[in-house]
Design a protein around this ligand. Structure first.
Ligand SMILES: [Zn+2]
Length: 573
């Protein structure tokens, strides 16, 4: 508008000569917008869902220099085609911005993949065969470590050391149960740990024993696992790195091009940095640095130092992670009202309100984005209070603090998300009536509280921003499964039917945005990525089907066929 007025004034002043000059300048400007360099990659004939409100759908995109240079109809993308341009015919497939997983334990999950993985095995024979095969494949490993065995496979959930000894007797074996609350060990492991018939049970733990003799039988409950697990050697740098490589390739295959690492210690920061320095990192990482609840304000300076130190091409460590409670299933989530089966017990937060507030104020003052694990309604309220306190103490700023998990939120606290600018980081894949809900949660919360679990729809309706994450390796990292559950509130493999708590459903655009545009916002990168627009980074994925053209219960079957990070094809590699 302003330019046009200036041109008119100039035209009146200087007459025809000025007009000629302006026309020439205009032509030159338009000329500069023409591609002087042809696109490196053109994706055309597709269903391009841009997440740009001004141009929601398109057919084609052209990429050059790591950026998107064109989004629009097939008829107009042709001019970006040069001799060396690679052209991909999408044949109706869907083009989306790359997914962001806003809560993932990438490296530890990757390291678990390389351990003896017993998840999803149905019989004792399968479990024993897997352990045997793993031990044979890994003669170099001093310890056989892994987990995932299902409790019901063994009588009284009590597997024996003899069953393991028959497979591995020369090396110690430590295998945690799928729920993480029991461990199965062999005789060599018990011997190294010095556990005998005379060893007393530790506080908050139990050593399962043979009837009569008191001899340890091979199963350790809760804290008793620690007697053995503390002897497991620290993984080597190479094991960390290989865990990261394995996990990032799994993530790239699932269309993930950006993550928020949920809890990073020094070892994890160093591993991300090493891969980033070598050019091997194929996703953008915002690391949330672990805050030790016992170290208080004294640790903030060290976090600032690490934030400066770990800043690379794709890595930044600009967030601080606080755990404020546990989980409902084991009565460790902090609730406003007691658990039904434990009168008076409403779970203990991991920090007192006063120290939590002080910590939040200090982290906020130091410029950190605060990322909090909060599951119970009291933990959520305490967190919102702490964030409000930080804004009062330091003045409001564009902090983008966020809370993950959010299983139970008191209705009064829901409007506080938009009011305080706190982002709701939900794990939508948990929001359906599986046995964790029906057997372990509803009975101890009662019907009223159980009717308000994972209130994604309520937060969105109140104007709060919803970003999505997996919490992998706790649950699948496939964003399409979580997107499906967010719009159906049913298990990913369940047929169509009534939604669990239908008031908390969100629509497909909201669920897709949670894994793209809203994720980019949460990572402070919404100006440079998260939607398909000229000038933004070419972080893109191709899905074999258009999510908007299929029944919602089929979304989890959609396959990612291409993943592009900054213009570079990273999957298939
Ligand atoms: Zn987590």
């Amino acid at each position: 508008m302003k330019k046009t007025r200036d041109r008119i004034i100039l035209f009146r002043k200087a007459g025809v000569l000025a007009l000629a000059v302006l026309l020439a300048l205009g032509a030159a400007c338009r000329g500069r917008r023409e591609p002087t360099v042809p696109a490196e990659l053109i994706l055309q004939n597709g269903a391009v869902y841009t997440l740009n409100a001004a141009q929601p759908w398109a057919e084609a995109a052209a990429l050059a220099g790591g950026k998107i240079v064109f989004v629009g109809p097939d008829s107009k993308v042709k001019k970006y085609r040069g001799e060396k341009t690679r052209v991909i015919d999408l044949a109706g497939k869907m083009l989306l911005p790359g997914f962001q997983d806003s809560h993932i334990h990438l490296i530890s999950g990757g390291m678990e993949l390389e351990q003896c993985n017993l998840n999803d095995l149905q019989t004792k024979e399968e479990v024993l065969a897997r352990i045997r095969a793993y031990a044979a494949e890994h003669p170099e490993k001093e310890w056989i470590v892994g987990g995932g065995w299902a409790l019901p496979i063994f009588p009284q959930a009590n597997p024996s050391k003899e069953e393991l000894d028959a497979i591995v007797s020369d090396r110690p074996v430590f295998l945690s149960a799928a729920d993480g609350h029991s461990a199965w060990v062999n005789s060599r492991a018990l011997e190294l740990a010095g556990v005998t018939a005379k060893t007393p049970d530790p506080k908050k733990g139990r050593i399962e024993r043979k009837a009569g003799t008191g001899e340890p039988s091979g199963t350790l409950r809760e804290a008793a696992s620690g007697i053995v697990s503390r002897l497991i050697p620290e993984p080597s740098d190479a094991e960390y790195l290989s865990g990261l490589r394995g996990a990032q390739s799994l993530a790239n295959r699932s269309g993930i091009t950006s993550i928020i690492e949920a809890s990073a210690d020094d070892k994890l920061l160093e591993t991300y940095a090493a891969l980033d320095r070598s050019g091997g990192l194929t996703l953008r990482v915002l690391a949330s640095m672990y805050v030790d609840p016992d170290k208080g304000l004294g640790q903030v300076g060290g976090l600032v130092q690490k934030r400066d130190q770990y800043r690379g091409r794709y890595l930044k460590a600009t967030a601080a992670k606080i755990f404020i409670d546990g989980v409902i299933e084991s009565h460790t989530a902090a609730l406003l009202e007691p658990y039904l089966d434990r009168p008076g017990d409403r779970g203990e937060p991991l920090l007192e309100a006063a120290e939590y507030n002080d910590l939040a104020v200090a982290l906020d003052k130091a410029g950190f984005q605060i990322h909090v694990h909060a599951i119970g309604d009291r933990a959520v309220r305490m967190t919102l209070d702490a964030m409000e306190m930080a804004a009062l103490a330091n003045g409001p700023r564009d902090a983008r603090h966020h809370i993950c998990h959010l299983e139970l939120i008191d209705a009064a606290d829901i409007p506080r998300f938009p009011a305080l600018g706190v982002v709701a980081n939900f794990q939508a894949l948990w929001a359906y009536a599986d046995t964790y809900i029906t057997e372990l949660t509803e009975p101890i919360l009662g019907p009223e509280r159980s009717s308000r679990l994972y209130p994604i729809g309520s937060v969105v309706r109140s104007g709060g921003l919803y970003a999505g994450g997996s919490d992998w390796s706790v649950s699948s990292l496939n964003p399409l499964e979580a997107i499906q559950v967010a719009v159906t509130r049913r298990g990913p493999s369940e047929p169509p039917g009534p939604a669990w708590l239908p008031g908390e459903l969100v629509d497909l655009p909201t669920a897709v945005a949670a894994y793209t545009k809203s994720g980019a916002f949460l990572s402070f990168e919404e100006k440079t990525r998260g939607s398909i627009e000229p000038g933004k980074a070419a972080d893109l994925i191709v899905l074999d089907r258009n999510l908007f053209a299929i029944p919602a219960n089929e979304i989890h079957q959609v396959k990612v066929v291409l993943t592009v990070l900054e213009g570079r094809i990273i999957y298939p590699d």
